[in-house]
Design a protein around this ligand. Structure first.
Ligand SMILES: Cc1cc2nc3c(=O)[nH]c(=O)nc-3n(C[C@H](O)[C@H](O)[C@H](O)COP(=O)(O)OP(=O)(O)OC[C@H]3O[C@@H](n4cnc5c(N)ncnc54)[C@H](O)[C@@H]3O)c2cc1C
Length: 390
C-alpha cells in the first residue's frame, strides 16, 4: 500500500532531523527515512564528535520546538586565533558585535537525540528507521520513493539529507566535484587542569591548524589537522606519549593536560553537488556540500539550507514548486560556495608555502587593526550577511 506525505526526508542525522522537526512543528505530514536506529540518549562521558552551532542555527532549532540539554552545551564568547610561532594573533569577542556569545558547542549525538525526542512529540511525523530508498521517480505532481523493505511512499517533495555519500543524490543522477586535502582531523577528548573559559582556541602550524574547543567543566576537544602519515603515527601513540606531543605543539591554554580521554581521526575533503535540486527533489547538508571543518561551519551551513528550504515550503503553496526550488538553489549555492572558498583559502593561507603563510599573518594583523573587518568576519561566521545593513 502506498503512503502519502507532504515531504519525505531521507537521512535523520542532525540536518535531516532538524528539517523534519521544523516542518512537523508547522503541521506538515513528514516521512523521515533513516538507515540506522533512532539515536540513543547520551549518557556518561562526552562523545568525540562535537559541533559548534551559530546564532542562525540555534534560532532554526528553536523554531522546531526542540529543547537542547543545557548541561551538555558549552556557549563560547571568544575565538582566539594565533600562529604557533607567535607572529600573528587576533581575538574575536562576541561583545564586539553586540552579541552575548558566538553560539555553543554540543555533541553531535546529543543534538541528534534532542531533535528525535521532539519528532516523537509531533503527530504528523512518521519515522521509518532501518530503511533506505532503493528507487525514486517523479510522477506528475508527485514523487514516488521505494524503500528497501518494499514500502512505497509518495510525496510532493523528497529531500536528501543522507550525508556525504547520499543515496538519494546518486538515485537522482546528481554528480559531485571533490577535492582530497590529503589531511586527517584527529579529535582528542582531553581533561584539563583549568575549567573552560568561554574561549575557542585556534592555532595555525605549518602542517595544519589545531583547535581547542571548550566542553563543560574541565574538558575540551582538541582537533589536530595534519598529514595522513603524521596522524597515523600519533594514533599509534600510547596516551602518555600523545599527551606529551599535544603539550609540545599546543600552547597551555587550560593549564596542563591531566588526561587523554579518547581519540579518533577523520579524512578531510571538500565536495560540492553539481545541482542541489531536481524535479520535486532537493539536497541539503553534507549530501549537497562538504567543507573543510577548520572553521566549524559544515553543520551550520547544512542547517541554514534546511532553514531556507523550510521557509519556502511554509510560505509556498506546493512544497515541490520548481520555481521555489530554483530560488533555494540560487540562495544556498552562493552562500555555500562562499564558505567553501573561505575555508579553502584559510587552509592554504595558514598551511601553504611560506609566502602564503606570511599573507595569513598579515590577515590576522589586519583583523586586529580594523574592527570593521573583524565584525564582518564574525557576522559571516554567524550565518548573517555581512553586507546587509538592515
Ligand atoms: C572532524 C570534523 C569536525 C567537524 N566540526 C564541525 C563543527 O564544529 N561545526 C560544524 O558546523 N560542522 C562540523 N563538521 C561538519 C559536520 O559534522 C557535518 O557537516 C554534519 O555532520 C553533516 O550533517 P548531515 O545531517 O548533513 O549528515 P550526516 O551527519 O552524515 O547524517 C546523515 C544521516 O543520514 C543517514 N543515512 C545515510 N545514508 C542513508 C540512506 N541511504 N538512507 C537513509 N538514511 C541514510 C545516516 O545514518 C545519518 O543519520 C565537522 C566535520 C568533521 C569531519
Amino acid at each position: 500500500m502506498q503512503k502519502d506525505h507532504d515531504i519525505i526526508i531521507v537521512g535523520g542525522g542532525m540536518v535531516g532531523a532538524a528539517l523534519a522537526a521544523r516542518l512537523g512543528n508547522a503541521g506538515f505530514s513528514i516521512g523521515l527515512i533513516e538507515r540506522g536506529d533512532a539515536p540513543k540518549a547520551p549518557s556518561g562521558d562526552y562523545d568525540l564528535r562535537i559541533s559548534s552551532l551559530n546564532a542562525r542555527s540555534l534560532a532554526f532549532i528553536k523554531l522546531s520546538g526542540t529543547e537542547l540539554p543545557k548541561e551538555r552545551c558549552c556557549p563560547f564568547r571568544h575565538i582566539d586565533v594565533s600562529n604557533q610561532d607567535g607572529t600573528g594573533h587576533s581575538v574575536f569577542s562576541a561583545a564586539d558585535s553586540d552579541m552575548k556569545d558566538f553560539g555553543l558547542f554540543i555533541e553531535n549525538r546529543t543534538l541528534q537525540h534532542a531533535l528525535w525526542e521532539r519528532l516523537k512529540e509531533l503527530p504528523s511525523v512518521t519515522c521509518y528507521t532501518q530503511s533506505a530508498p532503493v528507487s525514486t521517480v517523479a510522477a506528475g505532481e508527485a514523487r514516488l520513493v521505494e524503500l528497501d523493505d518494499g514500502k512505497m511512499l509518495s510525496t510532493r517533495l523528497v529531500v536528501g539529507a543522507d550525508g556525504a555519500r547520499s543515496t538519494l543524490r546518486q538515485l537522482a543522477g546528481i554528480e559531485v566535484t571533490s577535492h582530497d586535502y590529503h589531511q586527517r582531523a584527529m579529535i582528542i577528548n582531553v581533561e584539563t587542569e583549568l575549567p573552560q573559559q568561554d574561549v575557542s582556541w585556534q592555532v595555525f602550524t605549518p602542517t595544519g591548524p589545531m583547535a581547542m574547543l571548550p566542553l563543560p567543566g574541565h574538558r575540551a576537544s582538541l582537533v589536530w589537522y595534519d598529514s595522513d602519515k603524521a596522524t597515523k603515527a600519533r594514533e599509534a601513540m600510547e596516551d602518555d606519549m600523545l599527551k606529551i606531543a599535544i603539550e609540545a605543539a599546543f600552547p597551555k591554554r587550560l593549564g596542563n593536560l591531566t588526561r587523554v580521554v579518547s581519540r579518533a581521526s577523520f579524512p578531510i575533503k571538500r565536495q560540492h553537488a553539481r545541482r542541489y535540486i531536481g524535479k520535486r527533489l532537493a539536497l541539503i547538508g553534507d549530501a549537497a556540500h562538504v567543507v573543510h571543518p577548520l572553521a566549524g561551519q559544515g553543520l551550520n551551513i547544512g542547517l541554514h539550507d534546511a532553514d531556507t528550504l523550510a521557509d519556502m515550503v511554509i510560505k509556498g503553496r506546493d512544497p515541490g514548486d520548481y520555481l521555489n526550488l530554483l530560488r533555494f538553489e540560487c540562495q544556498r549555492r552562493a552562500a555555500n560556495q562562499a564558505m567553501i572558498a573561505a575555508t579553502d583559502s584559510f587552509h592554504h593561507l595558514f598551511t601553504g608555502a611560506k609566502p602564503l603563510r606570511q599573507l595569513g599573518d598579515l590577515s590576522l594583523h589586519l583583523a586586529e587593526r580594523f574592527p570593521f573587518a573583524k565584525r564582518m568576519m564574525m557576522q559571516q561566521a554567524n550565518g548573517r550577511n555581512p553586507f546587509r545593513m538592515w
